[in-house]
Write a protein that binds this ligand. Structure first.
Ligand code: SF4
Length: 324
């Protein structure tokens, strides 16, 4: 495809326009108040696969509980998972915890200061290492996420994939303000150059855009619908929970309500919706007699629940039932 991308002479103007817009319009997000690499790292890991609005509260609580890399390294895995409970994709929390221990035990407590070294940490890939290195240390390295990819596609009028997107992002990067530039590109994609109905009239780079308003939505896989039934058994102020095994591919060792056979269930206590990747679940929480609980679980006091690594679904069910 013949490239129609912005001419080199115009690139400087694009940079000025976008950075100016970003500095005047950026959202006031808690992790933007600091250039501490640990704070930025935690926020970037939380923001993978999770919306900004959902991350804000979790981030505040997590940083209060584990304000430094040393505090995180010293915590038990169960405490870290409990703090993460509800955010989903628990592998992120485990990797963050393992990486914090590596930093404390092998790197004298110092977070690596460049993208190559950051990439050696568990759970830190090309995107996260570039985000931390550019924002915390000003390293001249571009990031690419879904937002950046979409902005580049519309701006240049060229659909790219793989390495060529990263190369183009690197060409356009303002190397003197790499951290702000990267955040500006992502912010533009998140708030103005949105997947559907972009706000081109408010866009600081509209003048240079080759495909204003272009619809770049990719075909989404069909969503599956399923129903799951969980039982809630109570004994005084205790509830019965089961723990997932350590071999489970999803949410190993986390606690949840026991599942119940559709043909035997009692009164429905709550009905909720839950979505994971490409599946939409209808969840029924039903009454389960204390004498009918499965083997291998545990009676847990309600006070203890908040400290336990619960699956997001269990937490949601307890909230719906006013137990948490
Ligand atoms: S003009 Fe519209 S399509 Fe182009 S970059 Fe701006 S918001 Fe996106």
């Amino acid at each position: 495809m013949k490239s129609r991308q912005i001419k080199a002479a115009e690139t400087a103007k694009v940079r000025v326009a976008l950075l100016r817009w970003y500095l005047a319009n950026r959202r006031d997000l808690p992790w933007r108040k600091s250039r501490d690499p640990y704070s930025i790292w935690v926020s970037e890991i939380m923001l993978q696969q999770t919306r900004v609005a959902a991350v804000i509260d979790y981030y505040g609580r997590f940083m209060k509980q584990f304000p430094t890399v040393a505090a995180l390294a010293a915590a038990d895995e169960a405490q870290v998972l409990a703090a993460w409970s509800g955010l989903g994709y628990y592998r992120r929390a485990r990797s963050l915890h393992t990486a914090a221990k590596m930093i404390v035990h092998e790197l004298d407590g110092n977070v690596p200061t460049n993208s190559e070294a950051l990439k050696q940490l568990p759970g830190v890939g090309r995107y996260t290492s570039a985000a931390i290195a550019s924002i915390a240390y000003g390293e001249a390295i571009a990031v690419v996420d879904g937002n950046v990819e979409r902005v580049l596609e519309r701006l240049d009028g060229v659909a790219r994939s793989g390495d060529s997107v990263w190369q183009r992002a690197q060409e356009l990067l303002d190397t003197n303000s790499a951290g702000n530039w990267n955040q500006a590109m992502m912010e533009l994609g998140a708030t103005v150059c949105t997947p559907v109905a972009p706000l081109c009239d408010s866009c600081p780079v509209q003048h240079w855009c080759k495909l204003p308003g272009h619809d770049v939505r990719k075909a989404q896989p069909a969503r599956k619908k399923r129903e799951l039934i969980f039982g809630l058994a109570r004994r005084g102020s205790r509830v019965f929970l089961v723990q997932r095994t350590k071999d489970e591919s999803l949410m190993p060792l986390m606690w949840e309500l026991p599942s119940v056979d559709a043909s035997t269930h009692g009164n429905v206590l709550a009905r909720l919706k839950h979505s994971i990747t490409v599946s939409d679940y209808t969840i029924l929480v039903v009454e389960l007699a204390a004498r009918s609980v499965p083997k291998g679980g545990k009676w847990i006091s309600i006070e203890e629940l908040a400290r336990l690594p619960l699956t997001g679904l269990a937490r949601k069910a307890f909230r719906k039932l006013d137990i948490l």
